[in-house]
Ligand binder design. Structure first.
Ligand code: GUN
Length: 288
């Protein structure tokens, strides 16, 4: 019955990163640098990219934002990525997804130097995570794990059900939980008896992108619920913006779960905090 305050946890993390950034600057003689690349003008992506740049500067790091037109070719984008790979001032590279349809995101991600892959999307980092080696870990699931450990302490032996199998959230989330010795089930759109399965979870992570799909009766009393979804409902009346909701029916779930992340103010702020942390980790790894 408690709300997990992702905003407060993220603020603390960002303060810690800012302190270490100062230490890095004194030791190395420059600030860590993060390059963010946006292709096209998707409004949501535009907001995310603006927020990432602002948070980077607030942490004392250098921010390089590249906004490219929607018609940019895959070749041009990959050439920019290679330039950033070679740029000594750039420690982290993030190419905002989704990319326009004419660009193959896998080929672009493949072009990023794994040492600068602060999204943790490169196959080298995904592979390292899956075999338990040091890796740059995708920011959203890393943020979820941080919230879970903060809330529950030891996760060992707990049954975690992750709904969603994306490369960005579901799969790395499952790997991280497994590393913490949780018993992990990955569920998805073809899973049978999903409500019943979800009800067996001590930890329920919803990352499907379907507004309020997880209902109160899918949740075991006392479970911890992490809602990764950010969905905008259709506006109630003309000229208004629709309400932002998660993948969990928050109003219903709140009375059943022991703890739950709200949307907004839960997982979202943690993603940016972890991006800053990954950039700092990448900077130290490059400079030794
Ligand atoms: N689009 C939605 N989430 C993400 C993310 O974590 N990283 C990138 N690069 N794009 C995204």
């Amino acid at each position: 019955m408690s709300r997990i305050d992702g905003k407060a946890v993220a603020a603390k993390l960002r303060d810690e990163v800012a302190e270490k950034v100062e230490h890095f600057r004194r030791k190395v003689g420059r600030a860590p640098g993060l390059a963010v690349v946006l292709v096209g003008d998707d409004p949501a992506s535009n907001v995310y990219v603006g927020a990432k740049g602002k948070a980077t500067v607030e942490a004392g790091m250098e921010s390089f934002t590249h906004r490219l037109p929607a018609a940019t070719s895959e070749g041009e984008l990959i050439r920019l990525v290679r330039r950033l790979n070679a740029d000594e001032k750039v420690d982290g590279i993030l190419v905002q997804l989704p990319l326009p349809d004419h660009i193959d995101a896998d080929r672009v991600i493949d072009a990023i130097d794994p040492k600068k892959d602060v999204d943790g999307f490169h196959v080298i980092n995904a592979g390292r995570l899956s075999v338990g080696q040091d890796a740059l870990v995708p920011c959203t699931p890393y943020g979820c794990l941080h919230l879970l450990k903060q809330q529950l302490g030891d996760l060992s032996g707990k049954h975690a059900v992750v709904i969603g199998r994306s490369n960005i959230v579901g799969k790395p989330m499952a790997q991280l939980l497994l590393q913490e010795n949780a018993t992990v089930t990955i569920a998805h759109s073809r899973t049978r008896n999903l409500p019943e399965l979800a009800r067996s979870a001590d930890i329920l992570v919803a990352a499907v992108g379907r507004p309020e799909m997880v209902k109160a009766d899918w949740i075991k009393p006392g479970a911890t619920v992490i809602d990764v979804g950010i969905n905008r409902l259709p506006p109630a009346s003309e000229g208004e913006k629709g309400r932002l909701v998660g993948d969990v029916d928050f109003a219903g779930a709140e009375s059943v779960a022991e703890a739950i992340t709200p949307v907004p103010g839960g997982v979202g702020p943690m993603t940016i905090a972890m991006l800053l942390r990954n950039t700092l980790v990448a900077a130290y790894a490059r400079e030794g």
